[in-house]
Design a protein around this ligand. Structure first.
Ligand code: SF4
Length: 367
């Protein structure tokens, strides 16, 4: 395996119900997309998000009436929750009193200084951090007629200074746009400007493949710069998918261990025509994930398994894999494993033989 340096940017650290944001591992966030007034659906969705790997879940509070439902959700959920509040300081204070762990509200939008002081007082009293969220679409275009990285950061700093003047520093900031370059440049600039942890993501990122690619480009670029302390992939649809993608982004950036990583070659003219490598790789993934995925994830370990199109180049190209198979001629395959002599098998035996080899490696690793 490769060695990477510790390149995380140092920021202040805030604690959200025991979850540290800043100065440590990058956490995964998501947001419910059902009204909190349907408390049962909200609780169910939060639980699905938790099981999928979300570490902090945000809920939108639309009015003071929502607070009664927040109390029900809070009583049922023992994981970090964040409240999304716009403008109304009474909702923010009510959420804090109801046991929310973090509030997303922009102090510059609250109204007057006295209201800000009330929110800050409540947040301080309960140790609740505040997230300032600046979006390209909601920036004050009278004050900032040009939408660029400088104006997004200046807008975020307007809100930051209000909290700082109130002697409040448990701040997380997000600066998002739907444009990848603008999001990356604005976050880079903010990271060079202020010491607060950053929640990074792309806003209005869409759905499906397009959302995955655009979000990965933006979030990935920042993470590889050492910027970003918590991430959210904003995706239209089931928010559980956001968490699945976020985990993959962290894995790709080397910030999370993939319990099972299947690598496969693209195939080429050397691949025997009888070999359907895509189907074989998917079958291998199902088998290895099913047998070892959960236990590897719980132990924080990972295994790399290769499915390659030919035995001429496959084992060499996948030399960093723990184990793998490579296609030969007419249904023959080669099973290879680090430190062991390759063994010839048939394609019919391939999945089972590879899984057994992985089992041996997993058992050896836990001894
Ligand atoms: S491993 Fe073999 S089949 Fe696959 S791309 Fe490389 S040369 Fe082609």
């Amino acid at each position: 395996m490769y060695t990477v340096s510790d390149f995380r940017k140092t920021t202040r650290v805030v604690s959200v119900r025991g979850l540290t944001i800043g100065g440590g591992p990058v956490s995964i966030q998501s947001m419910t997309n059902v009204p909190i007034e349907d408390a049962a659906a909200t609780i169910n969705q939060i639980e699905r998000l938790r099981v999928a790997g979300a570490q902090l879940v945000r809920v939108a509070l639309r009015n003071e009436y929502s607070l009664e439902y927040l109390k029900i959700v809070r009583a049922a959920v023992d994981m970090p929750l964040s409240a999304d509040v716009h403008f109304n300081h009474r909702i923010a204070i009510g959420a804090i009193e109801a046991g929310i762990d973090k509030v997303r509200i922009n102090p510059g939008n609250i109204g007057d200084d006295a209201k800000v002081r009330e929110v800050v007082h409540a947040a301080k009293e309960r140790g609740v951090p505040i997230r300032i969220g600046v979006n390209g679409g909601s920036i004050d275009r009278v004050k900032y007629p040009v939408l660029d990285a400088e104006s997004l950061v200046a807008s975020a700093m307007d809100h930051v200074r209000i909290l700082e003047h109130n002697d409040f520093f448990d701040i997380v900031v997000s600066i998002k746009a739907s444009d990848v370059r603008l999001t990356v440049e604005a976050n880079r600039l903010f990271a060079a400007t202020a010491p607060y942890p950053l929640h990074v993501g792309l806003t209005e990122a869409g759905y499906g493949l397009s959302c995955v690619v655009y979000s990965s480009a933006a979030i990935g670029a920042l993470l590889l710069d050492g910027i970003g302390d918590t991430i959210r992939v904003s995706m239209t649809g089931d928010p559980v998918e956001e968490v699945v993608v976020a985990k993959k982004i962290l894995e790709a950036a080397g910030l999370r261990t993939a319990p099972v990583r299947i690598i496969a070659c693209p195939t080429c003219g050397r691949t025997d025509p009888s070999l359907d490598l895509l189907s074989l790789a998917q079958e291998v993934e199902r088998e290895i994930e099913g047998r070892f995925g959960k236990s590897l994830e719980l132990s924080g370990r990972g295994i790399v398994v290769a499915v390659m199109g030919c035995e001429v180049n496959g084992p060499g190209e996948a030399a960093h894999a723990d184990a793998g198979i490579a296609g030969g001629r007419g249904g023959a395959m080669l099973l290879f494993s680090r430190g062991k002599k390759p063994r010839r098998i048939t394609s019919g035996e391939a999945v089972r033989a590879l899984a057994d080899e992985v089992e041996r490696i997993v058992q050896e690793g836990s001894e």
